[in-house]
Design a protein around this ligand. Structure first.
Ligand code: HEC
Length: 486
């Protein structure tokens, strides 16, 4: 992310207001509208107030909390925008990585070159972890394969890591050769990061920290936001030249581009609906549907609010969160200050919550067909995807060739996409949040029914529902059955 996102938001808002000759106050107060083809609608607008700007947001699919970075602290709100806590005394924080497996969160602090580890439930600060090789930590990602949190350091142009369980700094760093922006993990030990000033995508190994590939992203320029579909091996990259580039992350090839708004900052992907999102400072969120892993359709442009450039996406309740604030117009330029910046009006900081009104308006990417089955077997053969450290995927694979790849696909969905692992444990052994799945008495059909419509207790606790039309249902059922038999 940018060094001072709030400043660039302000600058952009100012430029736009000047260009259109409208007052910023009017712009900011223009009422957000409900959306069209995606079924998303504004559900709630919450005035959070407080001083200062903001940077990345993250949504926890297990607790449904949203973490909002505000420079010197992180605000924590529930799914309805009620403030439930705060992580104070941070220096230039850009947001928080969440490792539900260990009940740990990690804020990336650009001002102190550190990561603050906190308890995800109580929000108590556990330690401030200094990272000797990092200057200006900004973006971040949690990698479930190596169990490490990576920060992407905007002033030292490298990536550094801490162990998500112990909070120990991992020795060494990954040289990135340019300014990093958003990143994603594929769950099989590979990290992908945008190199904004080189128009590149870089891949490195989360275990060895070795750079594996650097790919040009043309026609994408200044790649910023990133989201991933780990099942179909796609990255959704938000580019500052008003494009979403969709990349096959096994080859680095740009397979498609779709038009998006101006001032992109964040992207999201929902494996349940097949929607990819791009949130832009011009007050739009573009919704792109993944029809197949190679074919995409823009289905909606949600009008949000001027300045709402970043977003967080909760994959288990499908909510979109974005934030913005009103700006005062910039003063006229002077020789001393040729680019004066508009300033945030105190106490206008606002959270917008969008909910899916017709939950499964569109089917997720087709599970049949050549491309999807090709990617299912790719999932099975990808290093780490087919069950390193787990015999269950292998056991499934022995039963029948076809179900082997389904089980591997289900395992990736279980561990990464839906974070079932956060409640049911790494091998379905159960945690204090949810029962073990190894001992379930449910049949395959009953498991499918339960996943389509979890019990009230399970959905209250945050278990996602998987629509009957979702191509992910079958693989998840196959994986749960493989656990049961192991
Ligand atoms: C936020 C926590 C949470 C997450 C995430 C979660 N579950 Fe659950 N799950 C629960 C709880 C709690 C129950 C027990 C509900 C009850 O007993 O009524 C449950 C029950 C189940 C059951 C029924 C077990 C039985 O024997 O009755 C299955 C199957 C299951 N989950 C599978 C999954 C899968 C697959 C995923 C990921 C797609 C998942 N769960 C994600 C909390 C969760």
């Amino acid at each position: 992310m940018r060094k001072a996102r709030w400043e660039s938001v302000a600058l952009y808002a100012g430029a736009l207001a000047l260009a259109f000759g409208v007052s910023l106050a009017n712009f900011a107060k223009a009422s957000p509208q409900s959306s069209g083809g995606s079924g998303y609608q504004l559900a709630k607008k919450v005035m959070l107030g407080g001083m200062g700007g903001w940077d990345y947001l993250s949504a926890d699919p297990v607790s449904h909390r949203v973490f909002i970075s505000r420079g010197n602290h992180v605000m924590v709100v529930d799914a309805d925008g009620n403030v439930v806590g705060d992580i104070p005394d941070l220096m230039g924080t850009h947001g928080a990585a969440l490792a539900d497996e260990f009940n740990h969160g990690f804020t990336s602090n650009g001002g102190s070159n550190s990561v603050t580890m906190f308890d995800l439930k109580t929000l108590a600060v556990l330690s401030d972890i200094k990272m000797p090789d990092a200057v200006g930590p900004d973006g971040y990602v949690y990698d479930p394969a190596s169990k490490r949190v990576f920060t992407f350091n905007g002033r030292s142009n490298n990536a550094t890591a801490v162990d998500a369980k112990s909070g120990d700094v991992v020795a060494g760093s990954v040289p990135l050769g340019g300014k990093p922006e958003a990143a994603q993990a594929d769950g099989a030990g590979h990290i992908f990061v945008n190199i904004e000033d080189k128009d590149q995508l870089l891949e490195f190994d989360s275990g060895t920290l070795k750079v594996m590939n650097t790919w040009p992203l043309a026609p994408c320029m200044q790649p910023s936001g990133m989201a991933s579909d780990t099942v179909h091996k796609r990255l959704f990259i938000g580019c500052h030249n008003n494009l979403m580039a969709i990349v096959d992350f096994t080859t680095g090839k740009v397979v498609a581009t779709e038009p998006i708004g101006t001032g992109i900052d964040a992207d999201g992907f929902d494996p349940g609906t097949g929607f990819a999102f791009a949130s832009c400072g011009d007050g739009t969120i573009t919704v792109v549907h993944e029809d197949t892993p190679d074919k995409f359709t823009v289905v909606d442009t949600i009008k949000t609010q001027q300045g709402a450039r970043t977003m967080a996406y909760d994959t288990s309740n499908h909510n979109i969160y974005t934030v913005t604030a009103d700006m005062t117009p910039a003063p006229p330029p002077t020789p001393e200050n040729p680019r004066p910046r508009p300033v945030i009006v105190p106490n206008t900081f606002t959270l917008l919550i969008y909910k899916l009104s017709s939950p499964h308006a569109l089917a997720a990417p087709a599970s049949g067909g050549a491309s999807a089955s090709a990617s299912a077997s790719a999932a099975a053969s990808a290093p780490g995807a087919a069950g390193s450290g787990s015999t269950s995927a292998g056991a499934g694979a022995n039963t029948a060739g076809a179900s082997g790849s389904l089980v591997a696909q289900g395992k990736a969905l279980y561990e990464n996409t839906y974070m079932c692992v956060g409640c049911h444990g790494m091998n379905g052994e159960g945690t204090d949040l949810a029962p073990d799945l190894v001992g379930t008495r449910l049949s395959g059909d009953e498991i499918a029914k339960f996943l389509e419509k979890p019990s009230a207790d399970a959905s209250d606790k945050g278990m996602p529902d998987i629509p009957a039309t979702s191509p992910d249902l079958q693989p998840l059922v196959a994986y749960v059955i493989s656990l049961k038999h192991s």
